[in-house]
Design a protein around this ligand. Sequence first.
Ligand SMILES: C[S@@+](CC[C@H](N)C(=O)[O-])C[C@H]1O[C@@H](n2cnc3c(N)ncnc32)[C@H](O)[C@@H]1O
Length: 389
Amino acid sequence: MPLSSETALPPPDAQAAAHSRRVAERIAEAIVAEGDWIPFSRYMELALYAPGLGYYAAGARKFGAEGDFVTSPEISPMFARCFALQAGAVLRSVGGDILELGPGSGIFAADLFAALKEQGTLPERYLLLEVSPDLRERQRELLAERHPDDLSRFVWIDALPPKIRGMVIANEVLDVVPCSMLYRHGADIVERGVVLTEAGFAFDDEAIAQDELARRAAAVFPPGDYDYLSEVNLAAEALIRTVASSLEAGLAIFIDYGFPEREFYHPQRSMGTMRCHYRHRFHGDPFFMPGLQDITAHVDFTAMARAAEQGGAEVVGFTTQAYFLISCGLAVLVSAGDPTMTLSKLKGTSAVHRLIGPSEMGELFKVLGFSKKLEGPVLGFQSARHIQL
Ligand SMILES: C[S@@+](CC[C@H](N)C(=O)[O-])C[C@H]1O[C@@H](n2cnc3c(N)ncnc32)[C@H](O)[C@@H]1O
């Protein structure tokens, strides 16, 4: 029985296709074992993180030109260098560690650490929380090559520490935390899940079992009785709440694509934000080659800010990636290498254009910051235009 739907996306090689079949079989087993229906969040969890099989848990290339997508740290070391000025200020103020969630290829950690070393503001430890054993290995290799004399400062951890002092950074992590998919049809809001059919995986809807999901959907969906599909990510909120309540002193910065609630649940966004990334194409079919493609959803930053406050932190800023990077001194960093650099010339350089261009990552990507016991202004939000949450 074919387990994935057919699309016009480029076919994988035989080995990758065989791997995807194993992932699909694992998901199919879970559907049968868990009552012939699983919520979309469970499908996403298995497709991305099933041990040894999921997209982030096995060996797919993922990042860069030969992978499926490119993230900001992969585009240019200037991205991490902007964070170095911010992190240096936090470390000077409260001391402690850098904690990076979902460090991916490890390139952000390597570039940030190099810049902190140049500045003379090294953290006590650089903690890396990575759920993927395969990515941990790649991070370790890269950091051993880039920072052989300081390798002992890099510490991989399995769970959030109960107490965090210093700076927490997560780029493009919230969008890959498994989300619930909710669908309004007529007057009812139901939960979208996945079943097995003769033709493979298919969507199927059931009554919402979790009270909080039902309450949230009723509160945030735009009024009306037209068909409306969207996502709610209670797991991402829980992650933010835990970071906020563990933060003793310091700053946490989450960067991702997304919107405040009023835009996320806009009447015109009636098809949801879930997208799949496969070899630099994006599309809306999560059943295409499970295990070989990324599955993501945009972030509702209002919900994330609320979760941070529930964890006892103060939200110190919410702005676009472009404003944040410029406020952190991107122009100064680039002009240090080229004194003739002006802001308009800067936007013309291709890496910078990709990081801050409004049609690239500059506006869709947002930065949310929250802190505890941190004195003084937060550099990245100091001269940035704040977006209302
Ligand atoms: C899209 S990649 C981004 C990687 C990197 N931050 C970058 O910008 O290139 C998502 C990363 O988050 C990790 N991840 C997913 N869920 C996580 C969680 N709950 N805690 C920590 N890391 C997580 C993935 O394994 C992966 O490393």
